[in-house]
Design a binder for this molecule. Structure first.
Ligand SMILES: Nc1ncnc2c1ncn2[C@@H]1O[C@H](COP(=O)(O)OP(=O)(O)OP(=O)(O)O)[C@@H](O)[C@H]1O
Ligand SMILES: [Mg+2]
Length: 417
């Protein structure tokens, strides 16, 4: 469906489209006839993939870490290019998008709550304020305070230690006992600035009660404050100290009432962090023996990890198109047009080092992407930066899709020396 045609279509300013979701916004904008513009730093723009650069109708070059300057530059840009919508993309700038929408009078998220979609302390407070099931938590500035908080708040073991502001599981550890707490606090505090813009981060550390059970994600598109649930996806992670996402499968395999429960809780979480015109990505766990989804986090952005591709392959729903329509003040199309399945599986190294060889076989119904070349450094498997490749499998059922992706992973060869 086309909203406008070619250069006459409405313009949307995406605040930092680098990263996984940007390419899906480009595809969706093309389909909808939306002119896509980017707000970014010129150095970051220099590193954009050619396809992204070529797809943009224009670029607002500014310093996104300097809020007053970025708002002034982007406001002037919006007027100059008759921008009709502002779409946050990179998670750490979602509050900036809400402020810009308010300032320009465009559809956007609640600016008073916007930081809650980025900062896990404010997020925990926002969930508690409206009674959304979420892990209990405490704050710590250092190791001594962490020991005291873990004892006094009775959070139990294992305990999750994470930075107040970060993504990609960077600095997140699951700690079995007090003897490992100091290391985990150090890992969570290591990020004072976020790459690649150099945005200053809140370096406080969050201790969270560990929520057991299977993990899911569910996105919600909100238009004029009305929440439209999107498909539920099952998420696989590594176990142990570091929880790195190893795969995602849609549909989730949950029975219909639990799908509804996950969608309902995800929608509440999105609204609680101020999403009013846009999309939110929410992660949830369901403790065994319960029917209660607990929210791990909700961000006012499209998902990463090629989840846009997985959801669309399985259901026909384009989350990126839904976001573009919502930020333009239009009702998003969230009706599934097929009942297939898709699964993505990431190839992780057993340890860090130098990549010697990577071979991912081609099986029918699958395609893959390799991120690193032989000779390149492979980080220790402590967060998602260690991933070497992914394979996507499409099939009739979730079980088949997951099985097929698993078979490709099992037959792949990854050698790290
Ligand atoms: N309180 C918790 N209980 C159980 N598991 C948790 C908890 N908090 C985090 N985890 C696990 O750690 C993973 C990463 O945590 P979290 O989502 O908070 O960090 P993140 O850096 O935002 O990650 P990402 O961007 O990869 O989603 C979660 O997906 C989940 O598997
Ligand atoms: Mg997460």
């Amino acid at each position: 469906m086309t909203i406008g045609a070619g250069p006459r279509g409405p313009g949307v300013l995406v605040i930092e489209p680098m990263g996984n979701a940007g390419r899906f916004l480009v595809e969706a904008a093309d389909r909808l006839g939306v002119r896509l513009y980017a707000a970014t730093h010129e150095d970051v723009h220099d590193g954009y993939p050619d396809r992204l650069r070529a797809a943009l109708a224009g670029v607002c070059a500014t310093d996104l870490t300097d809020t007053p300057r970025a708002l002034a530059d982007m406001e002037a840009f919006c007027r100059q290019h008759a921008i009709a919508g502002v779409a946050p993309c990179f998670e750490l700038f979602t509050p900036l998008a809400a402020l810009l929408a308010e300032r320009t009078g465009l559809p956007g998220n609640d600016p008073r709550l916007a930081r809650a979609a980025r900062n896990k302390i404010l997020m925990g407070e926002a969930f508690a304020a409206v009674g959304i099931p979420a892990p209990r938590w405490a704050l710590a500035h250092d190791d001594a305070e962490a020991h005291r908080a873990a004892r006094e708040h009775g959070l139990g073991w294992p305990l999750v230690v994470k930075p107040a502001e970060q993504g990609g599981s960077w600095g997140v550890s699951v700690v079995d006992g007090p003897e490992r707490l100091a290391d985990a606090v150090g890992a969570a505090r290591q990020y004072a600035y976020a790459r690649p813009h150099g945005l200053a981060l809140d370096t406080r550390v969050l201790l969270q009660e560990y929520v057991p059970g299977e993990e899911y994600s569910c996105d919600t598109v909100v238009a004029d404050g009305v929440a439209y649930p999107l498909p539920v996806v099952a998420k696989d992670t590594t176990g142990g100290r570091y929880r790195i996402e190893t795969g995602h499968t849609c549909p989730s395999g949950l029975p219909a009432p639990l799908v509804r429960a996950v969608q309902h809780t995800a929608a509440r979480a999105a609204l609680a962090v101020g999403v009013r015109n846009g999309i939110a990505h929410t992660e949830l766990k369901i403790p065994p023996g319960t029917r209660t989804p607990y929210v791990i986090e909700s961000g006012a952005r499209l998902p990463g990890d090629n989840l846009c591709e997985i959801v669309e392959a399985a259901t026909g729903v384009s989350e990126a198109a839904a976001q573009l329509r919502a930020v333009l003040g239009l009702v998003p199309d969230t009706v599934p047009s097929r009942t297939d399945a898709a699964s993505i599986r990431f190839l992780l190294p057993e340890h860090g080092g130098v990549l010697r060889e990577v071979v991912v076989p081609d099986l029918p119904g699958t395609h893959s992407e390799v991120y690193l070349r032989p000779g390149e450094a492979v980080p220790e498997p402590a967060d998602s930066t260690c991933r070497i490749a992914h394979v996507v499998a499409r099939a009739r059922t979730a079980e088949q899709a997951r099985g097929l992706a698993g078979r490709v992973a099992a037959r792949s060869r990854v050698e790290v020396g």
